[in-house]
Design a protein around this ligand. Structure first.
Ligand code: NI
Length: 144
């Protein structure tokens, strides 16, 4: 069985690669290359899978999951400039593709400590960049 929950957050970024010239950056990223940056109202969606506990009938303690996502992701990116204020993004272009890798990595790092029951697995992370565009990554695509 799977459970998915999602959380909104807002952040600013600029898409710009140091490996490309100014012209190439503009061609690749267009308006998203604006030197002053721009913001997004993102959603991050976390999916866990497992078997509900026999006594409680619950798959996962949702307050614990909320707290975990708050601590591992939202507290690090909410209302931040992703280029400047997030160490793990310092040397990568803060595309939503790259955010997905970083977020999945953060969740995987703390998962076993917060959710020690072996049957409860971090399954997938999705990030909605806009209403129409989303990226997703299976947790097992992230190397630890
Ligand atoms: Ni953008």
């Amino acid at each position: 069985m799977k459970f998915t929950t999602r959380y909104p957050f807002s952040a600013a970024h600029r898409l710009h690669s140091n490996q490309l010239s100014e012209d190439e950056n503009w061609q690749v990223y267009g308006r998203c290359n604006n030197p002053y940056g721009h913001g997004h109202n993102y959603w991050v969606e976390v999916t866990v899978s497992g078997v509900p506990n026999e006594q409680t009938g619950l798959l996962v303690d949702r307050r614990k999951l909320d707290h975990f996502v708050q601590e591992e992701i939202l507290s690090k990116v909410s209302h931040r400039n992703l280029n400047e204020q997030v160490a793990e993004l310092r040397n990568v272009v803060p595309t939503t593709e790259n955010l997905a890798y970083v977020f999945a990595d953060w969740l995987k790092s703390g998962w076993g400590k917060h959710f020690p029951q072996p049957e409860l697995i971090l399954d997938r992370v999705r990030i909605y960049e806009t209403r129409n565009n989303r990226f997703e990554i299976k947790a097992n695509e992230v190397k630890q």
